[in-house]
Design a protein around this ligand. Sequence first.
Ligand SMILES: [Zn+2]
Length: 224
Amino acid sequence: MESEEAILREIIIKIGGKGSEALVPILISKSNLDEFKLAEKAKMTINQLRNVLYKLHANDLVSFTRKKDKKKGWYIYFWTLNKPKALKYLLEHYGNERKQLENFIEVRQKKNYFICSNCHIELNEESALEQNFECVECGELLVLKDDRADIKKISKDLEELDKRITHLRGLVSKFELPQRKVKMKEKIKKFKKKGKFVQKAKSMKSVKKFKKYHERKAGKKKRR
Ligand SMILES: [Zn+2]
């Protein structure tokens, strides 16, 4: 399977367009990158760089902070790649692709398609019927299309895509798991600070015990 870098490259180029390739290794390796240094390293003009960064930013794939340069009086922007967001973005893209493939298979399994063996134009049954099963281009009689090979190919593509999706989910969870753990720890800390966590647990136990004890006693009395 592809490395994280290869995947991030795919996403950045998809959104940033041509010329954004040079940015990938730099953005991956560091955060808070001074945009002038970034442009220099990527061998881009500052305008080319900003063009790409704005596109990435519009999709929430990079974030920035800015600091005023005291000498020059203007702002300098520092950029950081948002890796989990970028991976999730691709995951979403794959999800849409998956739907299209599934849809193709479903439609082809349910419905008949007709084809002209000269022009290779494909038509669904309704359209073929409308033109009397004759090709509008060459007049040839349309024939029922055997979809089995297509379905097989698309099914294979779907399998490949699923593998990529699983791999990508693994990469995404690598970022999410530590975050979730940190959040959980913070929650427990808060509870412990207030003493709620321990108190609640203790009081629940003692209330249950108390209830059970009295229920047993009451039951014995009734039976007598
Ligand atoms: Zn034809």
